[in-house]
Design a protein around this ligand. Structure first.
Ligand SMILES: [Zn+2]
Length: 100
């Protein structure tokens, strides 16, 4: 099944909505403690046009940690705040709009 952008209807490879949206998106990075003191990093605020799965995949690879996507939220294992922020900047997110 082709991956189609919900905003413009183009295949993901041709769509630039995500690129445009990245610069305007206010993304929030939070670190919270789960059961048994386990730390998780939650990244919220992504636009629907963004390939969130792709970003999560990149993060798992670059940060060498476990991670999932649920309801548009990236959840990474451990405290990945600083490194996740760096990575978001690198892929085009506006540092001024990164919260957390
Ligand atoms: Zn699009």
């Amino acid at each position: 099944m082709p991956d189609i952008c919900p905003k413009c209807g183009q295949p993901r490879e041709l769509c630039v909505c995500g690129e445009i949206a990245k610069e305007q998106q206010k993304v929030r990075i939070q670190v919270t403690k789960r059961h048994f003191g386990k730390m998780v990093t939650l990244i919220t605020g992504f636009d629907k046009s963004v390939d969130i799965e792709g970003i999560a995949k990149e993060m798992r690879k670059k940060l060498a940690c476990g991670g999932t996507v649920k309801n548009g939220v990236i959840e990474l294992q451990g405290n990945q705040k600083d490194r996740a922020k760096e990575l978001l900047k690198k892929i085009g997110y506006n540092e001024a709009l990164l919260e957390g």
